[in-house]
Design a protein around this ligand. Sequence first.
Ligand SMILES: Cc1cc2nc3c(=O)[nH]c(=O)nc-3n(C[C@H](O)[C@H](O)[C@H](O)COP(=O)(O)OP(=O)(O)OC[C@H]3O[C@@H](n4cnc5c(N)ncnc54)[C@H](O)[C@@H]3O)c2cc1C
Length: 321
Amino acid sequence: MSGVLAILEARDGAWHRTSLETAAAAKKLAAALNAPVSAAVIGEAPSPLGGGPDRVWTVRHDLLLRYTSDAFTAALEQLVHRASPDVVLLPHTYQVRDFAPKLATRFGQTLISDCTGFRVENQAIVFVRQLFQGKLSADVRPSGPGPVFASIQAGSFRAEEAGAGESPIEIFTPELDASTIRTTPGEPFRESARAVDLTAADIIVSVGRGIRERENIAIVEELAQALGAELAASRPICDNGWLPMERQVGSSGQTVAPKLYIAVGISGAIQHLVGMKGSRAIVAINKDPDAPIFEVADYGIAGDLFEVVPALVEAVRKARG
Ligand SMILES: Cc1cc2nc3c(=O)[nH]c(=O)nc-3n(C[C@H](O)[C@H](O)[C@H](O)COP(=O)(O)OP(=O)(O)OC[C@H]3O[C@@H](n4cnc5c(N)ncnc54)[C@H](O)[C@@H]3O)c2cc1C
């Protein structure tokens, strides 16, 4: 079978969010190529996968119960030979960053990493990657024989776009030799339980360094309250201890996709954008009209937040009666 194979991650009985986004990307790419789509996961498939791929491979072996780059690479190499896809898509997670370059090399390929999109031109795929902190977009045309390997940046596709559907599950048992696994896995890293789940919020008001001082956060908090929104922040705000870490949005914080994201005094560094650009509507308030946040914003207010935010609070209160 050829087509597109999405190699996904599941943890603690649930699909990793970026895996659902990658499943959506795989479905879209397969449709553009008019090719079949399949998915694979190491271990169990926790629930039916959105988009209903033609098949879901569950790759099982005792030596895969804990992650090691050697065992995962060897197992997935065998699976890719078996499934024989033209394209392999993976979510750009820490784990994928660890093993996928090695996996691609086994097929004489280089991993095209952290892609934000793709298009199909005359049946050839062109992947899009960002360079220099998102200042440039590069087109990457894969070449050479063998399957193409690409990882997908978090937030680049919408998990909901995969749609619903059931898929037949096929168990794949690779042949693995314990003596070839060079690392001994320790206890899996566990994130501390989060008191705030920003991913469930419909509206998020997010504050950045433009706020200048801790005391000023109250101004933005008022806007969040008026809108019934969750308060979030860019990294410097959390690094300073002005808001708790669990309210940080971005590559080292939470990835959110609310209906409305209001960025207040946030410049729009790529590490922030990856955590929020999947939001349905983005409003940016920034006094610098050239701030990169305006490139992803649906509505932009180029102005001083200390004037704009109180005016917005008043307008929202008036509108809500
Ligand atoms: C490995 C790594 C991981 C990272 N992870 C994250 C992450 O998860 N999340 C994250 O956010 N960042 C992350 N960062 C940091 C990121 O690179 C940026 O430094 C950070 O996002 C900048 O935050 P900011 O936009 O609040 O601040 P700044 O870049 O300083 O921007 C402040 C903005 O406020 C505007 N401003 C100033 N005064 C006003 C005013 N009165 N009214 C209106 N606007 C005003 C300015 O024009 C400016 O655009 C990471 C960096 C690295 C290296």
